[in-house]
Design a protein around this ligand. Structure first.
Ligand SMILES: NC(=O)c1ccc[n+]([C@@H]2O[C@H](COP(=O)([O-])OP(=O)(O)OC[C@H]3O[C@@H](n4cnc5c(N)ncnc54)[C@H](OP(=O)(O)O)[C@@H]3O)[C@@H](O)[C@H]2O)c1
Length: 346
């Protein structure tokens, strides 16, 4: 049995729709019929910069929502027809999202709350995991290592502590706001275009600052909002300017969570401020325990509205639409997740 998939044909090569076999679920796995696959910056960066993947043709796609088509040996609690969401894997074609059927580890798969569509659910996996792992992957060097709010006695644990989030309107940023709210952080200060301010306040941000403020203006505004020491800053944008202000805002003993680009000069660093670089994949060894713990509670968090999905824009033309969608994403989007429907491929 074969299916359609979007292939990245070679390192920094072109994308093309082709066919490949439908994989069979192994032990502890399920096969998902992919109804909605969301696009992420990593997908265009892999193509543009030739990073992360060495074997081609490669299937990309990190965000999956669909129905279970088949269950592997030893799988309990999931059955054919269940609506689920799951994070696609980089470098494993069978587990990637830009195709009609994908395999998933069942312990990092969650049922979708009935109130959410497949499109909405597909916006959640990578963004939420990146938010959650950056803050709450205890004992790991790639995280602030805080106590997860979805675990027992975790909710509200950081009440009264401020957090500053650069890029609150990004997909990841929206989930950072929401997990910070669950953990009790207050105030939750974020930067964004002010057109997104009301929306971000609806997710839990207490203060939305214009992303165009100068470094000095931003620091002054944060000081006017809170005099408490800032122990946690999450820089989702992680450009040179945001990282440097983020570092400046941090109090001694605090942690800056950022993306891979390293833009803080050695001369500026002090030993009393920690910098961690997050990797949002739930299936890598360092992240797996926290990822599984999050997925165990995820359906509840979606059902009770603690975690809300990103806003969605659906791309036309099934899998084919992903190719133009990635160009659009590379050009920049605001407060929207691009989502494709693999089953609608011609
Ligand atoms: N390390 C990992 O595992 C991992 C995982 C996921 C994502 N990432 C990275 O994280 C970044 C964000 O990904 P995403 O999917 O969340 O992106 P996204 O949703 O495409 O981000 C778009 C948003 O970024 C905001 N933005 C852009 N420049 C900004 C600035 N200077 N200050 C404040 N906000 C700014 C815009 O906000 P406004 O609309 O308000 O202007 C826009 O809404 C990307 O670089 C991505 O590659 C890394």
């Amino acid at each position: 049995m074969s299916q359609k998939a979007v292939f990245l044909t070679a390192k920094q090569g072109s994308f093309a729709v082709g066919t490949r076999p439908i994989p069979k679920p192994g032990s502890g796995q399920v096969l998902i019929k992919v109804q909605s696959a969301a696009l992420n910056p990593a997908d265009w960066k892999i193509q543009a910069y030739g990073v992360f993947i060495e074997n081609f043709p490669a299937v990309l796609g990190l965000d999956i929502a669909g129905t279970i088509e088949a269950v592997g040996e030893g799988v309990t609690g999931f059955a054919k027809g269940d609506r689920v969401l799951n994070q696609g894997a980089i470098g494993d074609n069978d587990c990637a999202g830009f195709q009609q059927y994908a395999l998933a580890n069942v312990d990092a798969t969650a049922k979708i709350a009935s109130s959410l569509s497949f499109d909405q659910a597909s916006t959640i996996p990578l963004g939420l995991a990146t938010a959650a792992l950056g803050l709450f992957n205890r004992g790991k060097a790639n995280s602030a290592g805080l106590y997860p709010p979805w675990e027992e006695n975790g909710s509200g644990r950081y009440a009264g502590q401020p957090i500053v989030i650069f890029g609150g309107a990004s997909s990841v940023g929206q989930y950072v706001i929401q997990v910070a709210k669950l953990a009790g952080f207050s105030p939750i200060i974020t930067t964004a275009s002010l057109t997104n301010a009301d929306y971000l306040r609806s997710l839990g941000a207490t203060h939305v600052l214009d992303r165009k403020l100068t470094a000095e203006q931003l620091k002054a505004q944060v000081s006017s909002i809170t005099s408490a020491p800032i122990q946690t800053v999450y820089d989702v944008i992680s450009e040179a300017d945001t990282q440097n202000v983020a570092y400046d805002l941090l109090s001694p003993g605090g942690t800056l969570v950022r993306m891979p680009l390293d833009a803080i000069p050695e001369s500026k660093r002090t030993s009393d401020k920690k910098i961690v670089t997050v990797y949002g994949g739930v299936n890598i060894p360092d992240n797996r325990a926290t990822g599984v713990s999050l997925y165990k509670e995820l359906t509840r968090l979606l059902e009770n509205g603690s975690i809300k999905p990103n806003r969605v824009e659906v791309l036309p033309k099934g899998l084919e639409g992903i190719i133009d969608g990635l160009k659009k994403l590379q050009g920049g989007v605001s407060n929207i997740k691009l989502v494709a429907h693999p089953q609608e491929t011609a």
